[in-house]
Design a protein around this ligand. Structure first.
Ligand SMILES: NC(=O)c1ccc[n+]([C@@H]2O[C@H](COP(=O)([O-])OP(=O)(O)OC[C@H]3O[C@@H](n4cnc5c(N)ncnc54)[C@H](OP(=O)(O)O)[C@@H]3O)[C@@H](O)[C@H]2O)c1
Length: 243
């Protein structure tokens, strides 16, 4: 049985990805800051899908622990999904530096720290798949969330470079840009239903992308065209918009 490691397994999207891979017969390793909080998920996945499912403590901010975290996984996973993210619930420019650092760490530095370790292992064994859940917010900075967006931009660029670096080793990297998704992260936002995916749609899109070896995935295809238009708005106009 192949094994999938889901980092950020307590998230709605992470859980949906774990369920989809479990349904397809993968054994699952759930990485989260508080494993006890998702012990019911562990038993549900193992019983429902008759697979092995284990819980592992993982904190993106504690980069010094990442090497040990990954090397003690047994078996070493064939696919690693980085689903961790953090978005300010207030106005980013009014946040403390501590809050700002949490955004940068969860969405960028923590990801680079663990995925560098995973990548070196996958390169040495000449196989493996890495999935990063990034965001369309990284495609152009907007006043409402440009710290989150810039961390996601850094993450998308990192994943693109990683894909290029790992290609000769036969290791595949997928960048996922979900658009809006109904989750805990967005529960206070009024989201347009036509542009908003369910976590289950993200799960299916990630699984399908791993089979088809896709590079960049927009979960709802319309987002590719929306972002194309947004990127073409001239800066003198864009800077006056309230987005
Ligand atoms: N919802 C959307 O519209 C949307 C759109 C585009 C991209 N995304 C991305 O999708 C991913 C999943 O988000 P979601 O919407 O499902 O939100 P969510 O339910 O709020 O999940 C966020 C996850 O990140 C984890 N996390 C945060 N900081 C962490 C840290 N320092 N170390 C370890 N884990 C940490 C949380 O764990 P705890 O339970 O321990 O807090 C939780 O599992 C994120 O990368 C997010 O940026 C979401």
């Amino acid at each position: 049985m192949p094994t999938a490691l889901i980092l950020g397994a307590s998230s709605d999207i992470g859980l949906a990805i774990a369920r989809k891979f479990a349904q397809e017969g993968y054994d699952i390793q759930l990485g989260t800051r508080d494993p006890a909080a998702i012990s019911s998920t562990q038993s549900d996945l193992s019983i429902r899908f008759n697979i092995r499912c284990s819980l592992h403590q993982f904190d993106a901010d504690r980069t010094a622990s990442h090497e040990f975290f990954f090397t003690q996984l047994n078996p070493s996973p064939e696919i690693t999904v980085y689903c961790i993210g953090y978005m300010s619930q207030g106005k980013e420019m009014e946040d403390s530096w501590e809050e700002t650092e949490k955004i940068i760490s969860a969405n960028y530095t923590g990801a680079v720290s663990i995925l560098n370790i995973v990548s070196r292992k996958y390169a040495s064994q000449k196989k493996g798949t890495i999935v990063g859940i990034s965001s369309v917010a990284g495609e152009r900075g907007r006043q409402s969330n440009f710290i989150y967006g810039s961390a996601k931009a850094g993450f998308s660029t990192y994943l693109s470079g990683l894909r290029n670096w790992l290609y000769p080793f036969g290791v595949h990297v997928i960048t996922v840009k979900p658009g809006f998704v109904y989750t805990k992260m967005t529960e206070n936002l009024d989201l347009p239903s036509l542009l908003t995916a369910s976590p289950e749609e993200v799960g299916r899109a990630v699984y399908s992308a791993s089979l088809k070896k896709k590079n960049t995935v927009y979960v709802k295809a319309i987002w590719r065209w929306i972002m194309l238009i947004i990127k073409f708005v001239p800066e003198p106009v864009f800077k006056k918009l309230k987005l």
